[in-house]
Design a protein around this ligand. Structure first.
Ligand code: HEM
Length: 482
């Protein structure tokens, strides 16, 4: 076929395939009342369009356009699968609580993080969830505070003090990564942290990639990184096991000892390999989102001297009640109420996770529409976070809306998700963020180097230049050089 004749043929095909697909779907689901909308072109569907919207930070408008066109329930095709987009608080409740909707697994997730909380089901999932929630519960987070405090001071001394400009996003990522490492590993991984940090970044990039295992693809690099990470974690698990056997382990705060102790008590039956896989999830989930929060907090505060002033006042008051070298306590963090409201408002306006995906394990019904078994269900956080019916003047940055959190209707503010799969790391994230803000706002003032810097979602939101800021020392780090 010549080039000239192949073009009309390709055009014909492009027209015919969606029509054929429409006919096949209609036949297959003839007795179903499917949601309105179009599944688009085979395999691709609306994927590229959504990814583009995320990249240009117009995903909220993208969802709104669909909601205006089709209503609060519509169908489309994302990442090769028919998907229902559900919108509103009732939809959030439905997605987060329905037992027939399970976490969406992908080939990449299965290959990269193995048998973990993200992929297990039934009794095994129950056991892992119980263990992870236990490890991150507030009483445990109080024990991790010392390490958080140490890491934050160390980072500020190393990366902030004496610098005229810094780029916030990579520093925040590295800080939160080092915090979660020092908690999960307990001690003794200092020299390999650098290599682990690089491997975890490669792994995170691969989690949402196409599972094409040929050299130089994101997925292929992710697999190599995952193998290296596993090797290191297995070795650490062995060391902790040996210490436990010899009675040298003084505490069960590191994740491996904690899980091993739970196993000996009969709380779960996970193997060392499974524990390693879950440690990978814990480390992966435990740094990126908090780094987004810290980055955007600093971005907002640079533009709002009033809010920054109130936060500083709160933090100075807390500092005045303790000695210069004393680390922050749980009680101190509990008093950082205003600072946390500002953080919550940051999470409302820029939620680190843009939405949640689930897979229907049987035919389900929502608002009179059928969602067939195997379809995906998707809900986006910004739909309710930016809805004027629930948040007055929703684009305004206003921390006072969290003065009375019970006034926010259920399932409208879902930055940490909801229902049984709600984020177990929310207390951990709150504590590390507040400890970080305590030291930063007391020591520095900052200006954005680039006032017009936008941000994109990849899929986590991040300023396009990583948020370079000019730093000015406000008061010397009294604690650091005693
Ligand atoms: C600001 C910071 C954070 C935000 C906004 C956040 C948000 C979320 C959300 C929305 C989910 C549920 C996703 C869904 O239902 O589809 C989730 C799950 C999870 N998060 Fe977080 N997270 C944060 C920090 C953390 C931290 C610090 C940790 C660990 C130390 C953590 C560990 C986890 C884990 C293990 C899951 C999976 C839970 C499960 O499968 O049942 N998160 N997170």
């Amino acid at each position: 076929m010549s080039m000239d004749s192949s073009i009309p043929f390709a055009l014909l095909l492009a027209l015919l395939i969606p029509i054929l697909l429409h006919v096949v779907i209609r036949r297959k689901y003839s007795s179903y009342n499917l949601p309105p909308g179009s599944l688009g072109f085979p395999v691709i569907g609306q994927t590229i369009s959504l990814l583009r919207a995320l990249h240009s930070n117009t995903d909220y408008q993208w969802c709104q356009d669909r909601i205006e066109k089709y209503g609060a329930v519509s169908k489309m095709s994302l990442f090769g699968s028919p998907t229902a987009l559900l919108a509103g608080p009732a939809a959030n409740h439905f997605v987060f609580s329905n037992q027939d909707l399970i976490f969406t697994e992908t080939k990449a997730i299965n290959a990269l993080v193995g048998r973990s909380i993200l992929t297990l089901s039934g009794e095994e999932l129950k056991q892992v969830r119980g263990a992870l929630h236990g490890y991150l519960r507030p009483e445990m987070v109080t024990k991790y505070m010392r390490k958080m405090d140490e890491e934050v001071r160390r980072h500020i001394d190393l990366n902030w003090v004496g610098h005229k400009t810094v780029t916030v996003a990579p520093l925040a990522k590295r800080l939160t990564f080092d915090i979660i490492c020092s908690v999960v590993f307990g001690q003794g991984i200092g020299p390999i942290r650098e290599a682990l940090a690089t491997d975890f970044e490669t792994l995170v990039q691969a989690l949402l990639s196409l599972p094409v295992n040929i050299p130089f693809t994101k997925f292929n690099k992710g697999l190599s990184a995952s193998r290296r990470i596993r090797k290191v974690l297995r070795e650490i698990a062995r060391e902790r096991e040996a210490a436990l056997q010899q009675g040298h382990s003084s505490s069960a705060d590191d994740f491996f000892t904690y899980m091993r102790v739970l196993r000996s008590e009969g709380t779960h039956s996970l193997t060392v390999e499974d524990i390693v896989d879950n440690a990978i999830v814990l480390l992966t989930a435990g740094y990126g989102n908090s780094a987004v929060l810290i980055t955007f907090l600093l971005r907002y505060l640079a533009n709002d001297p009033d809010i920054l002033g109130k936060i500083t006042e709160e933090q100075e008051e807390i500092a005045s009640s303790r000695g210069p070298n004393e680390p922050l306590t749980w009680d101190d963090v509990s008093r950082m109420k205003y600072t946390w409201k500002v953080a919550l408002e940051t999470l409302r306006t820029v939620p680190p996770i843009f939405g949640s995906f689930r897979t229907a394990i049987k035919d389900i019904e929502y608002r009179g529409y059928h969602i067939p078994k195997g379809w995906k269900v998707f809900t986006a956080q910004s739909i309710t976070h930016l809805d004027g019916n629930f948040f007055n003047d929703p684009v305004k940055f206003d921390p006072t809306r969290f003065d009375n959190q019970t006034s926010i209707p259920p399932y409208c503010f879902v930055t940490f998700g909801g229902g049984p799969r709600m984020c177990p790391g929310n207390e951990f994230a709150r504590t590390e963020t507040l400890v970080t803000m305590h030291y930063l706002v007391r020591q520095f003032r900052w200006k954005l180097c680039c006032k017009e810097e936008g941000y994109r979602k990849d899929p986590l939101p991040m300023p396009v230049l990583g948020l370079p800021i000019e730093l000015e020392t406000r008061s010397p780090p009294e604690y650091a050089h005693a």
